[in-house]
Structures are given as C-alpha cells and as structure tokens.
Write a protein that binds this ligand. Structure first.
Ligand SMILES: [Zn+2]
Length: 314
C-alpha cells in the first residue's frame, strides 16, 4: 500500500480502528482483560475529542471491562489521531533512506517531540524476530559509520564498526560492534548465521575471520583479498553486502546528519527491516500487524532510556 492509498483507506479513526481490530482479532473480538468472547460494541460519550468513541464492553459478569483494539498495544493512550499514525507508518516504511523526526513532523504537521516519540514507537515494531538466521552463501564485511563526537581526536575513534552479514539473494543483518577483533566478530556472526545450512562464507582477508575452531569449521570459507585490491574472484566477492553498505551510508549522510552512536543499532535494525522487505508489497500491512502486537511504550520510559537525547537531531 502506498501513501496515497493509505490516506484514502484510513482517512478516519473509525477506519483505522476497524483495521486494527481485524489484525488483532482475526477470529473475533476478545476481551483484552479476561479473554472472554462475549462482548458488545458500545458508543461511549466522549468528553474530549481525543477519546475513542467506539469501544467494546466485556459481558463477563466479573470483568465488565471496556476496551478497544489499541488497548495494551503500542497505539495505546496516544493523543494523536490514528489516521496520523497510519500516515507516519506509510511514510517510514517507504523511506528507503530513513526519515528523521524533523521530516516526519513536517509531513504530519505536528511538533518535533510528537514526531520523535511516534517514530520511536514505529521503530519498536521493526525489530527483526530473533529467529533470523542466514543460510546458503553468506557474505560478511565491516564498514565504519560515524559521527563527529566531540573530545575524540583520532579519526577512527569517531567512527563505529558495523558488521554486515548478508545471505546472497536474501536478507541482511547489520550489527554494531565495539571493535573488529576475532572474538567480537565471531559473537555477532554465530548469532545470525546458521552453522548447519550455510554452505559458503565469504569474507575479506582480515586475519580476524578464522572459523577453524568454531561451529562453522565444516563450512567452506573463502577470502577475497581486499588488502591486495582484489574484489571479485568468480563466486568469491562481498559485493552484495557492500551494496547494502553504500545505501546505508547514503541514508546516514542524507537523512541523519548527526546520528548518535548510542542509537546506531536501532537505526541499523530499522534499515535492515526495510531493506529485507523492499520487494514486499505489503510492508505497510506487515508493520501495522506487528505494532498491534507490541506493548505500550510510555514516553517517560523512552526518555529515560534515551536520557533525553533525541534519536535524530534536526
Ligand atoms: Zn473481560
């Protein structure tokens, strides 16, 4: 679904709520408190226009809770109309280079803080499932992303290492790592690469890539000698992970001028999520479905986690 279709299909909060209901309860509405099936739809008089008018009433005598499809999800207690949420989701899933809170605030005509909080909550649903394990031919390479950080003189200290792992013709995983020592690399690789179903690992010729004493000892390992300016030797290359890196770097430079290193992994997850679904026509629907299953994230908790540093700065 593209933005224009989203805006048309979800112009009102009633339309958005009906869609969330369908995603959340494909087999019929259940009470969010006790799980009862016997519920009735009621229209509640609203004191303020921000309150949802349509709610469900649980008919279970001991429960009697009132709820809506947003209860207990990341959409809960938001003062922002659902139609703006849906527009924001459509914009973010379509932004190949990412979207800063400033850009989002302009699109939605809301203030920066609202856009910042909103984009954080949408990103929360973009966590890859832990089960993402790459197989087949897996290319591994590192790149440096970074930021000007005051107080660091050395150039390298200003940058963070990002390990890119990509299944050829398949998904990408980007991991922020503290250094490129063998142990650090292996920790990230072993988490995201399947030792059984991987046939071939391709890396550069850095000595830190050595799998002989690891669970990957039976997997064919080829090295492309970047140190000797060698880049492609038949099947042996890391070009598909490098093409993802160049897109990532353009995104970082073009969109997030001062990406805080502290939040880099979140951004990498978002980038990977979108990258891995770039061919999916239903990325919008997938994302809304995930959000209907993500717990609320109170603003206070978020700013505590982030110590008041916005994820992206204008
Ligand atoms: Zn109930």
């Amino acid at each position: 679904m593209r933005l224009i279709e989203v805006n048309k299909a979800f112009a009102t909060d009633e339309q958005c709520l009906a869609y969330l209901e369908h995603k959340r309860w494909p087999n019929g509405v259940r009470c969010t408190v006790c799980g009862a099936k016997e519920v009735s739809k009621i229209t509640r008089k609203t004191a303020s226009k921000n309150k949802r008018a349509q709610v469900y009433q649980c008919l279970e005598k001991t429960c009697k809770s009132q709820f809506s499809a947003t209860n207990g999800t990341i959409f809960h207690d938001s003062h922002l109309p659902l139609s703006k949420w849906f527009t924001a989701i459509a914009l973010i899933v379509d932004a190949k280079k990412g979207m800063s809170a400033l850009q989002l605030s302009r699109h939605l005509a809301c203030n920066y803080r609202t856009a910042w909080y909103l984009s954080h909550r949408i990103r929360e649903a973009m966590d890859e499932p832990d089960g993402l394990k790459l197989t087949g031919t897996v290319e591994i390479d590192e790149t440096y992303i970074g930021g000007k950080q005051r107080g660091h003189k050395s150039k390298l200290k200003n940058k963070d290492v990002v390990l890119g792992i990509r299944q050829r013709g398949g998904p990408l995983k980007l991991v922020q790592i503290k250094d490129s020592k063998a142990g650090t690399l292996y920790e990230a690789i072993s988490k995201h690469v399947d030792a059984k179903d991987t046939k071939h690992i391709v890396t550069d010729d850095a000595g830190a890539y050595n799998f002989r004493l690891t669970k990957f000892h039976n997997v064919k390992h080829s090295k492309i000698r970047h140190s000797r300016k060698e880049y492609v030797k038949g099947e042996v290359h890391t070009n598909t992970v490098e093409s993802a890196f160049s897109l990532l770097k353009r995104a970082v430079i073009g969109t997030y001028h001062q990406l805080s290193i502290k939040h880099l992994q979140r951004y990498l997850d978002e980038f990977g999520y979108r990258f891995n679904r770039r061919e999916d026509a239903d990325i919008f629907e997938q994302t809304v479905s995930r959000m209907a299953g993500v717990a609320p994230m109170p603003y206070a908790q978020l700013i505590e986690e982030h110590a008041f540093t916005p994820f992206v700065r204008p």
